[in-house]
Design a protein around this ligand. Sequence first.
Ligand code: WT7
Length: 591
Amino acid sequence: MEIPSRIVKQSGRLRPAPNLLDHAATCASFSWESAAAGLAGLPGGGLNMACEAVERHLAEGRGDKVALRWLGKSGQRSEFSYAELSAHCHRFANALGQLGVQPGERVFLLLGRLPELCFALLGGLMARCVVSPLFSAFGPEPIATRCELGDARVLVTTPELYRRKVRGLRARLPGLRHVILVGAADPELLSDPGVQGWSELVDTASADHAIGPTDPEDMALLHFTSGTTGRPKGAVHVHGAVLAHSVTGRYALDLHADDVFWCTADPGWITGTSYGVLAPLCNGVTSVVVEAEFDAQTWYGVLESEQVSVWYTAPTAIRMMMKLGLEALQGRDLSALRFMASVGEPLNPEAVVWGLRAFGLPFHDNWWQTETGGIMIANYAAMDIKPGSMGKPLPGITAAIVRRQQGGGIELIEQSDIDGELALKTPWPSMLRGYLNEEERYRKCFVDGWYLSGDLARHDAEGYYWFVGRADDVIKSAGHLIGPFEVESALMEHPAVAEVGVIGKPDPTLGELVKAFVVLKPGFEPSEALMRELLGHGRSRLGAAVAPKEIAFRSNLPRTRSGKIMRRLLKARELGLPEGDLSTLESDEQK
Ligand code: WT7
């Protein structure tokens, strides 16, 4: 495939006219303070995310417009107007009140992409609770860890997920007082302590409810993310972040009021919350929610039947579609599609160009993180694309490439085309306000008024940013961020395992796949059967999305003198790359 160095846009020809036409001029005149004037605010003052996403449209006469269009796994299709969505959310908020749940308490969601996920997310925010969506493909271990760290008071889930993953954890989660099950549950489950059915509790609740006073700095969302070491980190986001959701939806995704928008991400990861729910609703569009997992034909079917105009998806899915070839698209009427964006992992230049061939449109890569709360760097609709680049910082966002210095400071690298760490000037509205109960870890992300992302990147002379890699050992598999420590800990529970080191191994479709190197305890021998058993153990503890896909046995693992497993070295050896600086290496099988 021939990759042009530049895909030129004739912005005057784009319809509708892009929201962000002149990047330089908008950046120069933009301020978050003046952008905030575009928010509705609560009637009595204050700011609540759910009010911006839902209530304001009722107040401004758009209550009848379709907010959500839900496509179920078995072909169901339902629509909810902004007014209907509002009623469902208020019922959930009232139900929380009936249970005695207080503002600030944590409501966890462990659900597939069901309408109730949106109702509980927004209704929880209306009740001024802190909402923490979890990925429904997590196994019991990641669920328990996050509920413990986040002090879950309420969990909304389905009978099936409750039975398979949560029931056995109840003893570990004494603070979890209420479990609300969406869908028909057998009476046996409903007899567990604090378990109730959504239809009995929420559907029968009154929709008459008013959002209480909410400060823009009140905690709204808790999204867990992973680092190289230690337990997952709960990134704290506040109601004021909604300003960034609203503005980035308009600028980076080019949302216009009559768009039909589809974000394919799951709200268990922040993309699905910020851009599957909040940003599209703040911009008053119709947001399509698809319950089914990825399947190229199903997805093409959604694009066609719903006449999706703006589509936000991810590189792994694009690569899977590329594998199927252009024939799979034949005969589809995708004429409504006008803007396509991608996020979460490096988007290969081939994929950008494949978009042009397959859909007549390039994919627009953009960059952000759980910590940034919203899109920071993007290829805008009106901007020329350099395939392989993440684009330019949004208005209101100052990015830089920096180098950490010995003494703890940083040095800005002004010169272009030099690799360094990607940093963002603080603050911006959706910046994380903390890692829950981990002040020290939070503090370490900031130096001299800059937030350090942990990503390596560079910028070119025209101000385009290019992703280079991660500065740490976290793994990106199918766009999901996986902490090696969490995987290692789960494998260590197995009686045969003495030591484990986990790395991300490059994979042409998934980006990286999780690979574990295992040292067995005395008395255990490597075998096919044991390998399968360990793979199975990983899946049942962690869930398929996080579990290792490959396991290799070793007699020893490289460690530093302080005893840390050198994942970097495991990876270099796996890939046949130079081993780098080995001065800290202590024990090693190959020496
Ligand atoms: C990490 C953040 C994407 C927001 C939700 C997931 C990687 C993200 C890109 C991109 C290359 C990317 C980075 C980043 N990443 N976007 N366009 N090109 N890498 O957030 O799970 O916190 O992951 O995803 O490494 O730090 P997350």
